[in-house]
Design a binder for this molecule. Structure first.
Ligand code: PGA
Length: 240
C-alpha cells in the first residue's frame, strides 16, 4: 500500500484526477471502477475539465460502479445511477453502452450474478476508485465477520444510514438495503486508488494502515492487494 499525503482535499482530488486521466490516456479502452459519495466529486469535476480541454477522451472506456441502493428507481435523485449521470457521465463522452451500475431493482440473486458476469466479460477492472467510510467500510461492505467475496446484497448499518441521511428528507427515507461489489470483487481490480479527506476519516485510515487485517475494518483487506495507492489530506492522515 503506497500512501501520499497532500495539504488539502483539493490537492487530493487533483492528484486522483491526474492518475485516472493518465490511465485513460495510456490505456484508452481501460475498465474503470467508479465510486459515489462526497469524496470523489471534486475528482470528477477535474476529469470533466480535462475532458473539456481535450486532454482525455472517455469514448472507449468501460465503467463499473461499486454499488447502488436497493429499492430506488434509477431516476431517483439519490440513486447512484442518478449521481453518476449528474456528476460525471452526462458531462463526458463515455459510451452509455459501456456504463455498468448494479441494478437497484429486480431479482437480487440475478442482479448480483449478472454484475459479476459483466465484470468477467469486460476482463476485470484496471483501476478501481474508492472512498472509505468512517467505520472502515469500502463500497457498502460494512464491518462484518468475513470478507464478502463477490457482489452481494447488504443491510446497511445504523452508522451508514446516519451518514447518508443528509441526502434524504429523513433517516426513515434512507434505503435499508444495497447491492455492492464484495471485498473480493474489489481486490480483483488490477490497481486501486483510495481517497480520503477530513478529520472524520482519520480513525478509519489509521485502522486501515496500522490495524489488524480484519473484516471488522473492511478497508484493511486492501493491504493484501499488490497495487493500492492511497491519497490523503493532512487531516485524514493525522493519526498515521
Ligand atoms: P464519503 O463516503 O465520500 O461521502 O465520505 C465514502 C464512503 O462511505 O465510502
Amino acid at each position: 500500500m503506497e500512501l501520499h499525503i497532500y495539504k488539502d482535499a483539493q490537492a487530493v482530488s487533483t492528484a486522483a484526477a491526474t492518475l485516472i486521466a493518465a490511465r485513460v490516456i495510456g490505456q484508452p479502452d481501460c475498465v474503470l471502477g467508479l465510486a459515489t459519495g462526497s469524496t470523489p466529486l471534486a475528482t470528477y469535476r477535474r476529469l470533466i475539465e480535462l475532458y473539456r480541454s481535450g486532454v482525455v477522451d472517455f469514448s472507449r472506456v468501460t465503467t463499473f460502479n461499486l454499488d447502488e441502493y436497493r429499492g430506488l428507481e434509477s431516476a431517483h435523485p439519490q440513486s447512484y445511477h442518478h449521481f453518476m449521470q449528474e456528476n460525471l457521465f452526462r458531462h463526458v463522452n463515455v459510451d452509455r453502452e459501456r456504463i455498468h451500475i448494479p441494478s437497484g431493482n429486480g431479482d437480487e440473486d440475478a442482479v448480483c450474478r449478472t454484475y459479476e458476469e459483466q465484470l468477467a466479460q469486460a476482463g476485470g477492472i484496471d483501476l478501481q476508485l474508492l472512498g472509505i467510510g468512517r467505520n472502515g467500510h469500502i463500497a457498502f461492505n460494512e464491518p462484518a465477520d468475513h470478507f464478502p467475496a463477490a457482489t452481494h446484497i447488504v443491510e446497511l448499518t445504523a452508522s451508514t444510514i446516519e451518514a447518508n441521511r443528509r441526502f434524504f428528507d429523513s433517516a426513515e427515507a434512507v434505503p435499508r438495503r444495497a447491492v455492492t461489489m464484495g471485498v473480493g470483487t474489489i481486490l480483483r481490480a488490477r490497481a486501486i486508488l483510495l481517497l480520503a479527506a477530513g478529520a472524520d476519516k482519520a480513525d478509519a485510515i489509521h485502522a486501515m494502515v496500522h490495524g489488524e487485517i480484519t473484516p471488522r475494518c473492511p478497508a484493511s483487506a486492501l493491504r493484501l492487494h499488490p497495487n493500492t495507492v492511497v491519497l490523503l489530506d493532512e487531516a485524514a492522515a493525522a493519526r498515521l
